[in-house]
Design a protein around this ligand. Structure first.
Ligand SMILES: [Mn+2]
Length: 247
């Protein structure tokens, strides 16, 4: 059984709300671990993450421990790096045994082809972000950032993450239509050259299940776990969109 979820944004807001969300995520992971063979977390698992050579940000201990535990049980856990945690390095790989991917990944289940990514920087537009992403991923810039004391660097990054969210408070609320949504446009573009049954993304923070232009393929957006708890379960090509409600 394959399970997918996205956009936990652990660490935001700091303190209790994030901790409660972390506990809920761990319970969900426990629940699905009963029959999961693979788990895909499609990005922004942390609201901010940076690995200094010998230091990682505080927080997320239960969650990281749970990933390590499930990995030890033999469940394969993949994390697609999102725009909020694009500085994930090899700490999670070494400590928790997870597999990281940054480019879109196509998997198969039964006879279905499934296209996975966080969703940032795909499709037309968003030029400013695409430029920023290049800057953020430049090794020299990462090296420079790592020279700043973590107390200052991490605080600055959290502040920036918070203020960038404030600038676009309404962007997440509604679907803008097939012609305006970058990810829908992107899926339809991909369908011109490839046969894909399901596209699954996060990033948009809006739960979506859209039939694409060929009339059969679907674009599913996993939404976010601030207020939602959507996940997808795939069993031999059969896809179910579910909501986790702890019992
Ligand atoms: Mn996000």
């Amino acid at each position: 059984m394959i399970y997918l979820a996205s956009d936990f944004h652990l660490g935001m807001p700091e303190g209790e709300p994030s901790k409660q969300r972390e506990i809920k995520i761990c319970r969900w992971l426990d629940e699905i671990s009963k029959d999961a063979t693979q788990i895909f977390l499609l990005g922004d698992i942390f609201d901010f993450w940076f690995e200094y050579k010998t230091v990682v940000p505080k927080g997320g201990v239960r969650f990281l421990g749970k990933l390590a535990e499930l990995n030890d049980k033999g469940i394969v856990i993949y994390v697609c790096v999102g725009n909020h945690d694009l500085w994930i390095g090899d700490y999670l790989i070494k400590e928790c045994g997870i597999k990281i991917f940054r480019e879109p990944k196509i998997i198969t289940s039964g006879n279905k082809k499934i296209y996975l990514h966080h969703g940032d920087g795909l499709g037309p537009g968003d030029k400013k972000y695409k430029f920023l992403k290049k800057m953020f991923l430049s090794p020299i810039n990462q090296w420079l950032f790592s020279r700043i004391h973590p107390n200052i660097g991490v605080r600055f990054a959290r502040y920036w993450s918070k203020s960038s969210r404030k600038k676009t408070p309404n962007r997440e609320k509604e679907y803008l239509g097939d012609k305006k949504e970058h990810l829908t446009q992107y899926c339809n573009e991909i369908l011109n050259t490839q046969e894909i049954d399901f596209f699954i993304f996060g990033h948009r923070h809006l739960q979506l299940d859209i039939i694409l232009k060929n009339g059969v393929s679907r674009y599913i957006n996993l939404g976010q776990w601030f207020t939602g708890s959507r996940y997808v379960k795939i069993d031999n090509g059969n896809l179910g969109v579910m909501e986790y409600s702890p019992t």
